[in-house]
Design a protein around this ligand. Structure first.
Ligand code: SF4
Length: 458
């Protein structure tokens, strides 16, 4: 379906973006209901580009996921093999865990093994939108060939995108903002960690070796036609994102963002949905500014942040440093949080890491939704508070974001569920004191209302 409204911009000009998506009218209605907005609002926001619903037209019907302004904050879980650890069964297990724990999208970032076959298995097994980073496959195909990745012809970059689009990938991270212009700015910076995006580093090495412009940038219109044909959504990659706190919010990062802002509009003109990727590592006090700047420069396109991590010093706990940044980013308007797992910077995540990462970011997304005023968010907390007050343990565990973990803790000390309290404060349980007072008051009230004879007998 293409939505094709006339949109009046703040400068009074009318723009028309026939945005391409795959939603049937009943799906639009379901999605609008789920997100507590009207169908008209949803259609209008998709047309404006402030909400995306990434789904490839060849994909088996998967439930649509809306990402963008006014929608509940979504989270992404990265999966995928590496050259050192390539086991598709493990990746499918990780996918299962991510889905179970509530991820909204997944990315297959595989770089080891049979990439086509792994992607197909993930596409077949996933009921979530699946994203990829096509330049990884471009690099993979050049492994063992003379000249390696940097000898890849420009046409191969587009061929890989075409094949992945035909296969059914819902959204693709394309590092088209690493251009000669942004690289010039980057060269003038004095970053500690330089370029930390795998895709960004690959594009830089290819451009330098070939003394040529980024093929994704140079052939952006052709590339966009491919995405439009298959209803694939752009995730415009931040190849120059900061990789440490010291490098945050520098000129190179924003030089790339300005290019991405222009490309966002060009993609919209061809009907392609867009989200924009953001950093990375940012100190707490710069996160809000980064979100506001993205929204301004990229015309309100949804913002997909990687974390962001608010400190560099906690390897092993980066799901926490990332979730801290994620909650601030989402509260400021970021729409999709890419999870970070405890193994970030250290190893390929296993299923346990995926579990930890998804839960940490679900909490961040929900905490942000509370202050964004997303309908339904506050009610969840209120139900939990009432269940706590009433010592309804089963209900508390059911409402918990990770029911299994919550049950493990509640049952660890073998205190029966009938006990009003837990081993934390034991006999000094403040909740129980209040409950007992309440019970006494209720009993007195009941007693007061009984007829005099019954009262005497009781
Ligand atoms: S014992 Fe303490 S922690 Fe446990 S339910 Fe009572 S007040 Fe809460």
């Amino acid at each position: 379906m293409r939505v094709n409204p006339n949109i009046t911009e703040s400068n009074g000009k009318t723009r028309i973006y026939p945005i391409n998506h795959t939603l049937a009218p009943d799906e639009l209605a379901d999605l609008a209901e789920r997100e507590h907005v009207s169908v008209e609002h949803l259609v209008d926001a998709i047309a404006r580009g402030t909400i995306i619903v990434p789904r490839n037209r060849h994909r088996k019907p998967i439930p649509p996921v809306a990402i963008g302004a006014g929608m509940s904050t979504k989270i992404n879980a990265n999966l995928g093999t590496s050259a050192l650890a390539s086991d598709v069964k493990e990746e499918l297990h990780k996918l299962h865990v991510a889905q179970l724990m509530g991820a909204d999208t997944v990315m297959d970032l595989s770089t080891g093994g049979d990439l086509y076959a792994i992607r197909q298995e993930i596409l077949d097994a996933s009921r979530l939108p699946v994203g990829t980073v096509p330049v990884y496959e471009t690099g993979h195909r050049m492994l063992g060939r003379k000249g390696g990745f940097t000898a890849a012809p420009a046409s191969l970059f587009l061929e890989v995108v075409q094949e992945q689009a035909e296969q059914g990938v819902d959204y693709m991270t394309i590092h088209c903002g690493v251009t000669r212009k942004s690289m010039e700015v980057f060269e003038r910076t004095s970053r500690i960690t330089g370029i930390v995006s795998r895709g960004g580093a690959m594009m830089m090495s290819w451009m330098q070796a070939n003394n040529a412009e980024n093929p994704y940038y140079e052939h952006f219109d052709e590339l966009t036609d491919i995405l439009a044909e298959h209803a694939v959504t752009y995730s415009l990659g931040d190849g120059l994102r900061p990789g440490c706190i010291a490098d945050a919010s520098d000129q190179a990062q924003f030089a790339e963002l300005f290019i991405i802002g222009e490309l966002t509009q060009r993609a919209w003109e061809k009907g392609v949905q867009v989200m924009v990727e953001g950093p990375g590592h940012i100190p707490l006090d710069q996160i809000e500014m980064n979100v506001q700047l993205e929204k301004r420069i990229c015309h309100g396109a949804p913002f997909y942040v990687l974390g962001p991590l608010v400190t560099d010093i906690a390897p092993g706990y980066d799901h926490i440093t990332g979730a801290m940044g994620g909650v601030i980013a989402a509260a400021a308007g970021a729409d999709l949080l890419c999870y970070v797992t405890p193994s970030e910077h250290l190893a390929l995540p296993d299923a346990r890491d995926v579990h930890e990462g998804v839960v940490a970011f679900k909490i961040a997304a929900h905490a942000a939704d509370l202050v964004k005023g997303i309908p339904g968010a506050r009610e969840w907390d209120d139900r939990m508070a009432r269940a706590r007050k009433a010592f309804k343990w089963d209900q508390q565990l059911k409402l918990a974001i990770d029911s299994v973990r919550a049950r493990e803790y509640r049952e660890r000390d073998k205190v029966p569920f009938s006990y009003e309290g837990c081993t934390m404060c034991g006999e000094f349980c403040a909740m129980r004191e209040l409950a007992r007072r309440r019970h006494r008051e209720e009993a007195a009230e009941r007693n007061k209302n009984k007829p005099a004879t019954k009262r005497a007998a009781s």
